[in-house]
Design a protein around this ligand. Structure first.
Ligand code: FUB
Length: 326
């Protein structure tokens, strides 16, 4: 009898929490896009940490822009309701990077492009790409800043991520993925190339040489890896153009292993008002979201603003086309 009562209680509790999750999913009404309007932000990497908040780590386009040369001064934003966002302020800037050969970079360019952040061993690791020398596009390195907190007190390490190898052409858009067994993977994606490798548990060295990802179609940049129901997903931006200008879309591929080979699945986010596209995918409070950027505020490709929309999966795990809202 006691066991029956207990299992009844478990069923009731489970039903109640399912219901709560369903209600929560259905009642979230997102605010207007772009959702950060006081700064120009791009390349949003969204993460959910143990404090129950969702954090976004984007890059910042500095006005006036000079291509993407003058990007700098990473800020962190967070929310607990997907509507009200806190700007936690700046965490890292180019001037903090001890190994950057700044004077040699054309026109003092700061080149702080798309970052990512992960939590491991009690610390937050913030990874960012930055050129270490001229010619800048052949000499990208991945910098690391570490903190005990998700949105402040980051200290840039005096060395870049070790083990990247000699070929660092277009080594931009770092992305980190931690699998269920605790193994961390590092990926980058730029210049039409996407590579990945296991990361050492110290989070500052690759544990093996980078290998290029197989099976991606029309890959341009902006790698993002996540796992859902045992399926690994790799999302990226393509090379699509329209009317003679960039109009990149987000595509994805799936695998049963974190380093592929990958099976191409298609486009899930169409072009925005921006030449580039760069997104991240995350589940928060029972709802999946895609973060990306547009030029809806500025009308200029190098002054971008971050956006978020709901993401839906079909029963077979494929991703539905995102309805971009404004
Ligand atoms: O923001 C600079 C670069 O533009 C990023 O690294 C790319 O993904 C593209 O968004």
């Amino acid at each position: 009898m006691r066991r029956l009562l207990l299992s009844t209680a478990v069923v009731v509790f489970t039903l109640a929490s399912c219901q709560a999750q369903k209600e929560n999913t259905e009642t979230v009404v997102l605010g207007p896009n772009p959702f950060i309007t006081h700064l120009y932000t791009a390349d949003p990497s969204a993460r959910v940490w143990g404090d129950g908040r969702l954090y976004v780590y984007p890059s910042q386009d500095i006005d006036p822009p000079k291509g993407c040369d003058m990007m700098d001064k990473y800020h962190v934003f967070s929310t607990d309701d997907m509507v009200n966002w806190t700007d936690h302020g700046q965490i890292v800037e180019a001037a903090d990077v001890p190994w950057a050969k700044k004077p040699s970079l054309a026109g003092g360019a700061t080149f702080m492009w798309a970052p990512d952040c992960v939590y491991k061993n009690g610390k937050y690791y913030f990874y960012f790409p930055h050129p270490s020398d001229d010619p800048w596009n052949d000499n990208w390195k991945i910098g690391i800043a570490v903190s005990d907190k998700p949105a402040s007190d980051f200290v840039v390490l005096d060395h870049w991520l070790e083990g990247l190898g000699d070929d660092t052409f277009a080594m931009i858009d770092p992305n980190l993925f931690i699998d269920d067994d605790g193994q961390t993977y590092f990926y980058y994606g730029g210049g039409g190339r996407c590579a990945g490798a296991r990361l050492h548990d110290n989070m500052t060295q690759l544990a093996e040489p980078l290998t290029f990802m197989e099976g991606l179609v029309d890959f341009h940049e902006a790698t993002w890896v996540f796992k859902r129901n045992g399926i690994y997903y790799l999302t990226y931006s393509d090379n699509h153009t329209e009317n003679g200008r960039g109009a990149n879309r987000m595509k994805y591929a799936t695998s049963n292993k974190p380093l592929g080979p990958w099976t191409y699945k298609g486009t899930f986010l169409g072009s925005t008002s921006c030449d580039t596209n760069h997104g991240s995918v995350v589940e928060y409070k029972g709802q999946w979201y895609v973060f990306y950027h547009s030029s809806d505020i500025s009308g200029r490709g190098n002054l971008r603003s971050i956006c978020v929309d709901k993401l839906y999966f079909n029963k077979d795990g494929t991703i539905q086309m995102v309805q971009q809202t404004r």
